[in-house]
Ligand binder design. Structure first.
Ligand SMILES: [Zn+2]
Length: 250
């Protein structure tokens, strides 16, 4: 098995978590140690005590390259001490202000997840197919960053107003906004919309892409009215999954 980063086939391979293990741990025990919901009604949630990993992507040495971005993403999104709710009339919380970020590290966090997902043979990541961008993102990984200076990449964030354990973990997928290619990544209670395209993103997204000169604002999404929730209900309503369903429906 050859490492997809250094190309060596005689090194010990690492059990690479494509989505960092710290995000699976957020799902909590109620999810019976990390259920992964494949966004396909005909498949069962997978159970895996430490989350989904793939031993066919990176050697042990190259795996360590990713920890700087994995750690940053977890700290900024989940352990962010500066997080402030944005309230509107009647005290309704309609978003979160995460404060200033390091835009390059944050973007590299998402792109490096997509890059690992591209090479993973785990079914959960079947919809991540980067094509020629796999090599371009590899160059950024080898260079230790540089994504935020490249107009082909951008990220916007949304957040479900629910605990990560309620949201579960949906498969990343690909979608087009105004014809421009984006991937959606679900991490904890966040949804990241990542642009991977030569074309500029649609105007509405350009306003919310993470950028250096502004704090990161995250819009709250109502989990129960989201299409993701409808999908989760469909998956979880299969035999044996009713216990989780009843928790979700509380
Ligand atoms: Zn390697």
């Amino acid at each position: 098995m050859a490492c997809k980063l250094c190309g060596s086939s005689d090194k010990a391979m690492a059990n690479s978590h494509i989505i960092p293990r710290s995000f699976y741990e957020l799902l909590g025990e109620d999810w019976q140690a990390s259920r992964v919901l494949e966004n396909r009604p005909d498949t069962y949630p997978k159970r895996s005590p430490i989350g989904i990993y793939d031993p066919g992507i990176l050697c042990v040495g190259c795996e360590a390259t990713f920890s700087i971005w994995d750690d940053y993403g977890y700290r900024f999104l989940i352990k962010n001490p500066g997080l402030k709710p944005i309230t509107g009339p009647m005290g309704i919380i309609f978003g979160q202000n995460l404060g200033q970020c390091d835009p390059d590290k944050l973007l590299m966090f998402f792109l490096s997840i997509l890059w690992r997902a591209h090479y993973s043979t785990q079914g959960m990541f079947d919809w991540v197919k980067l094509g020629p961008y796999a090599n371009r993102i590899k160059e950024l990984i080898e260079a230790g960053g540089g994504a935020s200076a490249d107009t082909r990449y951008a990220v916007a964030l949304a957040r479900f107003d629910a605990d990560p354990g309620e949201v579960g973990m949906l498969c990343p997928d690909r979608t087009a906004y105004d014809g421009v290619n984006h991937y959606r990544l679900y991490l904890g209670n966040y949804m990241a919309v990542v642009k991977v395209s030569n074309q500029p993103g649609p105007e509405v997204l350009q306003k919310v892409y993470v950028r250096a000169e502004s704090p990161v604002y995250v819009v709250n999404r109502d989990l129960r009215s989201s299409k993701e929730f409808v999908l989760m209900k469909k998956i979880l309503s299969q035999p044996g999954n009713d216990k989780v369903l009843s928790k979700l429906m509380d």
